[in-house]
Design a protein around this ligand. Sequence first.
Ligand code: SF4
Ligand code: SF4
Length: 216
Amino acid sequence: MVTVKLKPLDEILRSLSGFKRVYIIGCQLGSARCKNGGLREAYKIAGYLELKGFKVTGVKSPGGTCVLERLDHSSKSLLREAQESADVILSLACGAGTQLIAENVTIPVKTGVTTLFIGSEREGRYFEEYCIACGDCVISDTGGICPVARCPKSLTNGPCGGAIAGKCEVDPNLPCIWFKIAQRMEQLNELEKLRKPVPMKDYSLSVYPRKLVLEE
Ligand code: SF4
Ligand code: SF4
């Protein structure tokens, strides 16, 4: 899931300075799940902006903002309503969703969030980065655990040797992910596979901007 974090209110206020009528678009997928940009937060920001003298002309969400590109009937009418009623849109969707909004309207679009990472939700309380979308996934060979995102040095061919008592030398609050990988491989009776040479990772596959073309 793409994770986002709300920007501080004074920063949001600064990005809206000079505008009077604001339309707020939340996202009910990643942003809502992170409690940082769903409709609940959108309504709170609306209340704050009204107190600061703005006129909030609407607070809505198309559901998942990143699928807006399909522009179904309700998405189109939401964007039309936004640009006919406001001078500016405040988006609480991730960077992808916000750019899609901006591509489909003629008024300025500001963001109220920062997009953080692709994360996994832990115990319903926090999110951990699990994938950096490297374009050349290796986790079939590492017990289903990603060393690229979860080792601070992104080492794909084994541990750096700096771990102390199973903790990462870069951040002692984290386990050395290579210990976890070895434990998992042992549990799967696949430890021997870690002795095999690791093919070079193709980093050209992570050069931006990337595309995924769907077959007809
Ligand atoms: S190896 Fe790459 S694609 Fe696979 S989980 Fe890790 S970062 Fe994501
Ligand atoms: S201690 Fe482990 S997780 Fe930390 S940088 Fe070294 S190999 Fe990576």
